[in-house]
Design a protein around this ligand. Structure first.
Ligand code: GLC
Length: 559
């Protein structure tokens, strides 16, 4: 096991919890490594790569869902919360994986998806069969339709993935689904729903899981008293804990119960909320009586820009201080365009409504803008942003493939796209498949070392150049930058504070950490003078006393 002292200035008597400054590596299992050759990544594939994870130097892995699923939403449609999808392996494989990771000092975080089940879940099958008014329907949100014949949805609410948030079953009732049709929302007012998730948490915690990532943690509890409001009415309601559907204060009653369960383990199990809420509401999720930590997606939403980065850091350190938690930093995950690509897009224009175009890159992908991408510049900025992020106090969440400097795969043919956001929006949204293309492990083979056969999403030819085998022996590769950064971070990190230093340039940020190192990032397009210090690591080539454009350096100041 890792020791907390490795990442935090803790005394033996009072070791800081391991997660406060951990590097957590997100694995999207179906696209990581395929051992059995069916085209889908699997647990044995991960098992065969534990040495890779150990050499990378991560403190924990977070496994996106590997549970039985019809894959209507890449596994976030869970048919059984306490099993492994047979295509991905068995519970024995899972136990072996936990053992192997723990043997290398790597913790394991799994995904819990409590807002909705899959429509293949036994509860939903029962609900459909049992008919209106049944106890089985009460575990979900069933309502009669509107209109004289009840053949219109109960309300005009929209699903996050496009289209109506209601779907009709054969006997004429409608059920609520905030995501795909295959993801019916659960009724969190139902005691059995509550107790079953506690059983699930215990099931995985008993198997040695160290923590949980809670999917759409802000959506579970709902005020569904009649009459249900219209979408227009909902849109006028403040997001202050009283909104009928989002970020309600009463969701923390659920998490307070979970926290007691998590704290009953030794060591206590961690949890991190995926909660897309107003910044001021984040500390509620990160509080020690709730989940304990929450994602902060602000860097992921920021441009590569010094002023934006600085205010994101300041705001989030203040929010973390307010909750007593540590901050989290994220540049990429399985839901967004990879950051190397976001930073390589041409300067955004404005839509007719005045919104910046391709802020997150999806509009650009849709417009087929592959030839506009600044491939090198995007990666240069991504490396600088990552090294900036890894120097910050708090925990860093990395997404598989970013350590290879991968770009988004922009040109997946529409017929091969799998993401429901693409189909449900009738192609209006290009979807999230471009960051979920299987990893290139080697520069040849039917799926670039991903597995013995073709991969479930096609890998473009250029991916071969980013393969692990191509990067391993190249000292300047992105893979080696990540490895060195994680090694150094482990040695240098102390305390959870930072001090800003003046730089004389608005496009250069510099901060010092307690462990005696400084991080300097030049966000600008021209060289900046760099005074003093031994260069420990840099995201690009350095020249004496000069910090080149769009580069980060870690320094140990002289004296
Ligand atoms: C979260 C997941 C996303 C999924 C959605 C519904 O936002 O990260 O991938 O589609 O929840 O479960």
């Amino acid at each position: 096991m890792t020791t907390a002292a490795r990442t935090h200035a803790a005394t033996d008597a009072d070791p800081a919890p391991w997660w406060r400054q951990a590097v957590v590596y997100q694995i999207y299992p179906r696209s990581f490594a395929d051992a059995d050759g069916d085209g889908l990544g699997d647990l044995r594939g991960i098992l065969a790569r534990v040495d890779y994870l150990s050499e990378l130097g991560v403190d924990a892995v977070w496994l996106s869902p590997f549970y039985p699923s019809a894959l209507a939403d890449g596994g976030y449609d869970v048919a059984d919360y306490r099993d492994v999808d047979p295509r991905l392996g068995t519970l024995d494989d899972f136990d072996a994986l936990v053992q192997q990771l723990h043997d290398r000092g790597i913790r394991v975080v799994v995904d819990i998806v409590p807002n909705h089940t899959s429509d293949r879940h036994v509860w939903f099958q029962e609900a459909v069969a049992a008919g209106r008014g049944s106890a089985a329907r009460d575990r979900y949100v069933f309502r009669e339709g509107s209109g004289p014949a009840g053949d219109l949805p109960p309300t005009d609410w929209l699903s996050m993935f496009g289209g109506s948030a209601w779907e009709r079953v054969e006997d004429g009732q409608w059920y609520l689904h905030h995501f795909a049709v295959e993801q019916p929302d659960l009724n969190w007012a139902h005691p059995e729903v509550r107790s079953d998730f506690i059983r699930t948490l215990r099931f995985w915690a008993d198997r040695g899981v160290d923590g949980f990532r809670i999917d759409v943690a802000h959506m579970l509890t709902k005020d569904l008293s009649e009459p249900l409001p219209s979408k227009a009415e909902l849109d006028t309601r403040p997001l202050d804990g009283t909104h009928p559907l989002l970020d309600r204060d009463d969701v923390h009653d659920v998490y307070a119960e979970w926290r007691k369960v998590l704290d009953s383990y030794d060591p206590p199990r961690t949890a991190v909320a995926e909660a897309w809420v107003a910044p001021a509401r984040i500390p509620l999720y990160a509080s020690p009586t709730s989940l304990g930590q929450a994602f902060n997606f602000d860097l992921l939403e920021a441009d590569f820009d010094a002023a934006q980065f600085r205010s994101v850091v300041e705001n989030n350190l203040a929010l973390a201080a307010r909750s007593g938690s540590s901050s989290t930093w994220v540049l990429s995950n399985h839901d967004v365009v990879r950051h190397a690509t976001r930073y390589g897009l041409p300067a955004p224009g404005r839509t007719a409504e005045g919104r910046p175009t391709h802020r997150h890159g999806r509009e650009w992908l849709l417009a087929g803008g592959v030839s506009d991408l600044d491939v090198k510049g995007g990666l240069r900025r991504a490396r600088a942003a990552t090294l900036f992020l890894l120097g910050l106090p708090g925990s860093a969440y990395l997404y598989q493939g970013e350590e290879l400097g991968l770009h988004e795969v922009a040109d997946i043919p529409a017929a091969l796209r799998q993401d429901p956001t693409h189909t449900r929006s009738r192609g209006f949204d290009v979807g999230r498949d471009g960051c979920r293309v299987p990893l290139p492990w080697s520069s040849s083979g039917p799926s670039l070392g991903f597995g013995p056969g073709p991969a479930h999403l096609p890998q473009p030819g250029w991916m071969a150049r980013y393969a692990v085998t191509e990067q391993e022996n190249d000292p300047g590769s992105t893979l080696n930058l990540y490895r060195l950064a994680l090694q150094l971070r482990r040695r240098l990190l102390e305390g959870e504070d930072l001090q800003w230093r003046t730089t004389g340039r608005p496009d250069v940020l510099r901060f010092a950490r307690h462990g005696g190192f400084e991080v300097v990032t030049n966000f600008g397009p021209t060289d900046a003078p760099l005074d003093g210090g031994q260069v420990l690591l840099s995201s690009g080539e350095m020249r004496h006393d000069v910090l080149p454009a769009e580069t980060t350096v870690w320094l140990r100041p002289h004296g």
